[in-house]
Design a protein around this ligand. Sequence first.
Ligand code: ADP
Ligand code: MG
Length: 293
Amino acid sequence: ATPTALMVGTGRGAQLGILIKGPEVLESTRAVDTIVLDKTGTVTTGRMALVDVVTAEGVDEDEVLRLAGALESASEHPIAQAVAKGAAERVGELGAVEDFANVEGLGVQGVVDGHAVLVGRPQLLADWSQHLGPDLADALKDAQSRGHTAVAVGWDGEARAVLTVADQVKPTSREAVEQFRSLGLRPVLLTGDNRTVARTVADAVGIEEVVAEVLPKDKVDVVKRLQSEGRTVAMVGDGVNDAAALAQADLGLAMGTGTDAAIEASDLTLVRGDLRAAADAIRLSRRTLGTIK
Ligand code: ADP
Ligand code: MG
């Protein structure tokens, strides 16, 4: 394509709500045959709400919400924001947090009102020898079978509750996936979340291939593996945890509603956070490069 055509393509992209880092980016979309989609915040809204609290025997629900809600109010994760908001609505004032730490891809830890509190994947609690009893394990499985995200809460050496937060698939995601297919792209759902939730979301939007329970640092390896199989990979993501994979992909697309780290690591930004714009971007570049009319 001529420099002029690339400039025109870039301008047209801006009109479609697609910010293109440089004219040369359009060239890199030429051979894309696979599109890897982050789940939370990309295929789904990432705006979750607290929908259920199950406590172990003898544990006070309000105390769970005061401690877990306080800890999560220090995190920007979509799950954390849902827990903090839901807890504040139900119990009013939350506890005071000290020594907060984010445990990447697993959850959060900190001291709340003098208790050492963990909120996150059961794996995080298990790392501290806090294991879910049968009631909590059932609650977790139950929530997951409904496609919801469940996180465990423990403090002072014991697992004490399971909180369920529900995210929603964006109304435009299914149509976007159909468009990817009609462009000849193979969609892959990539997430740190568990297999059951990932499968439910994938089914809702029509994706067959799912890679779940991937730690943030390993997302980049999934992209590398696909590339080593000879595929040319576009990746769409929104989170700090997606940045390395977005940079590794042959074409990185960030949700404009996402984090700065994702936007900086990407070649393109989808301003409105609508996945259909990813299909628009690929169509635009193919048109600009003259591969389709
Ligand atoms: P994704 O890849 O879907 O964007 P992440 O890699 O950010 O998800 O997180 C993976 C999993 O770790 C989440 O599904 C959740 O179970 C747990 N997790 C991470 N951060 C938190 C948090 N602040 N509170 C509770 N759970 C968390
Ligand atoms: Mg995400």
